[in-house]
Write a protein that binds this ligand. Sequence first.
Ligand code: AMP
Ligand code: ZN
Length: 114
Amino acid sequence: MNDCLFCKIIKGEIPSSEVFSNENVYAFKDLHPMAKIHNLFIHREHSHDINAMSKTSPEQVVDVYKAILKWTQDEKLDSSGFRVVTNCGPDAGQTVFHTHFHVLAGEKLGRFGK
Ligand code: AMP
Ligand code: ZN
């Protein structure tokens, strides 16, 4: 999508700090980290949010979670643990409308909620 920030990151038109890449998925460091490790995993195909992705292309959800599996294993985070968050819509505070999965790790995380 032409006017999408994360599509521009995938195309290399906006710089990012890559942490993972394969034919389906790209992952990069969040600009404003909320934990010692805070990366964003995105599918190379544009979708608006997790429900749009799950409705039209559920296989993309699997692509992203397989990428997270590979990356967390490579980084030895599967034993220490990590959190995956995807914000959907206004009440969740979604600000970028290209489906993305926050992966938080590297320290003991607080409980989430309000
Ligand atoms: P959300 O609020 O769930 O839509 O998440 C959007 C995330 O994108 C936020 O955590 C931002 O810090 C992050 N973000 C926005 N622009 C960039 C960028 N150019 N590079 C990396 N992360 C970004
Ligand atoms: Zn996009």
